[in-house]
Design a protein around this ligand. Structure first.
Ligand code: XMP
Length: 314
């Protein structure tokens, strides 16, 4: 899409959403990322009380994320229902180490189990979600199966899960979504929020996803986000590796875990370069992470470009 005219775009999409949903109700899955926050505002503009917004607490979100996101939206006049599905997600992820199998387990748990149930109970026929063009590109190219892409893979959500999916942002990339989010009244903290993937922290755990391993990456994420937020980077993250390395603590051998930091310069996530961070900042990241994240003895910084790397590790 070339130049985005936000007011025309909003008018057009509001019309499309209204005519699809009619007098029924729709469910909207909010994760607090730029895409789902923007689609929530668009959906509310189109449907008002006919839209029910849910935040799925899947156990793999960042620290305090559900409450924080619900708090932001409360101020915008949007009620967000937090649904606890932690057990379902961890049960589905148990024992899985293959990246695509992990993505598939999350997709099925979200769409078949959790949304399937909510949609059925509520009588809704539509799920409104913030899929964007980059999600489709990578899925179709077979690079990564993004959690929210179906029709382009020949999957009919109505047949597979029992409801239709509306995707009003599907023509846009991240920069366009931010512009639209701003025009729809999102606060800067939301429309400028760094991208965060649908599979959440499980995209940042190499190997099996367990509550303990998520807690490790979650704690490292707090530090990475705090120290990297003023770099102007497109996206930054902490990743937990699967292999252990020999380290030492209190003069004793400590065969511990490794955290990798990634920090990306990018415009639209299609290509990316590692941010040239000052060495002092890298040292600060390392020392704070080994001090505050139990079991971690090694911190590395990724210096590879995308491609051949991808932004997330899984
Ligand atoms: P990759 O890792 O493929 O990521 O270079 C490109 C951008 O997409 C985000 N990402 C996802 N977003 N569902 C999403 O909604 C997903 O399954 C998913 N996987 C990656 C990633 O954070 C980056 O901004």
């Amino acid at each position: 899409m070339q130049k985005l005219n936000t007011s025309n775009f909003i008018q057009e999409k509001v019309g499309e959403i209204r005519s699809a949903v009619g007098s029924g109700i729709a469910i909207n899955a909010l994760s607090g990322g730029v895409d789902s926050s923007t689609v929530t505002m668009l959906g509310h503009r189109a449907l008002g009380k006919q839209l029910r917004t849910v935040f799925i607490q899947n156990g793999i979100m960042r620290k305090d994320e559900p409450e924080q996101v619900a708090g932001y939206f409360k101020k915008l006049g949007v009620t967000v229902e937090i649904i606890d599905a932690r057990k379902e997600f961890f049960d589905a992820l148990k024992g899985i180490t293959d990246p695509e199998a992990k993505r598939e387990a999350i997709t099925q748990t979200f769409y078949r189990n959790v949304f399937g149930r909510i949609v059925k109970e509520s009588g809704a026929r539509y799920l409104l979600q913030g899929t964007i063009l980059t999600d489709v590109d990578e899925t179709v190219a077979g690079i990564k199966r993004q959690h929210n892409v179906f029709e382009q893979l020949g999957i009919d959500p109505q047949e597979a899960f029992g409801y239709h999916i509306l995707e009003p942002l599907i023509q846009l990339r991240k920069d366009g979504v931010r512009k639209l989010g701003k025009a729809l009244g999102l606060p800067i903290a939301l429309f400028k929020r760094i991208p965060f993937p649908g599979p959440a922290l499980s995209a940042r755990v190499i190997g099996e996803v367990t509550p303990e391993r998520i807690e490790t990456v979650r704690t490292a994420t707090v530090i990475a986000e705090k120290l990297l937020k003023n770099t102007g980077a497109f996206q930054y993250m902490a990743i937990l590796h699967n292999d252990r390395v020999t380290g030492m603590r209190d003069n004793k051998r400590d065969f511990g875990q490794q955290i990798e930091i990634r920090c990306w310069d990018s415009k639209d996530a299609r290509t990316a370069r590692p941010t040239k961070l000052p060495f002092k900042l890298l040292e600060k990241l390392a020392s704070e992470i080994v001090r505050k994240v139990p079991g971690v003895v090694s911190v590395t910084y990724n210096i590879t470009t995308k491609p051949p790397s991808t932004i997330e590790a899984v």
